[in-house]
Write a new protein. Structure first.
Length: 160
């Protein structure tokens, strides 16, 4: 009987490959949970927002303007996390639109749609919803997640 072969990494870790593996894991979770994944949204959003604030310096102090606060969120999401190539959170009245070009989870969302499954969970949108609730006291409904060839758009509605 032969012993197990020990393999040590010879090359630098590829962020692209790490993202691909993460996408496959997310796809598997979404596939198993289906619409039940929606219930995870708040918990995931809370953890993500907490990390952005505590570990990565997201600061909501000093402004009551929702657009300015969400611009800060976008800056950490894009420039610190590197979550997408470009991002924007637009507030118009009680409507909030998240637009991300080539986000890290695009492949997982595209796989879902190819299998005929509509995405019901979007962690960055859930973190935005938690942030709005935390600083305005208003709940946010994630209305629609649209997946395109190179970008994702999430429509949200501020309630109350």
């Amino acid at each position: 009987m032969k012993g197990a072969k020990v393999v040590e990494r010879m090359n630098e870790r590829s962020e692209e490959m790490a993202t691909e593996v993460t996408n496959l894991i997310l796809y598997g979770i979404y596939k198993v949970l289906g619409a039940g994944a929606r219930g995870l949204g708040n918990s995931i959003g809370e953890e993500l927002l907490h990390a952005m604030m505590e570990e990565y310096g997201l600061n909501f102090e000093g402004s009551g303007d929702p657009q300015e606060l969400l611009n800060r969120f976008t800056d950490v999401m894009i420039n610190t996390f590197g979550f997408a190539e470009r991002g924007e959170i637009d507030v118009e009245g009680n409507r909030v639109t998240l637009k991300l070009d080539n986000p890290m989870d695009l492949h997982a969302l595209q796989l879902l749609e190819k299998k005929g499954m509509k995405p019901v969970l979007y962690p960055m949108a859930n973190a935005i919803a938690v942030a709005i609730k935390k600083f305005s006291g208003k709940n946010v409904l994630i209305k629609d997640i649209r997946v395109h060839d190179r970008h994702v758009e999430v429509e949200m509605l501020i309630l109350g």
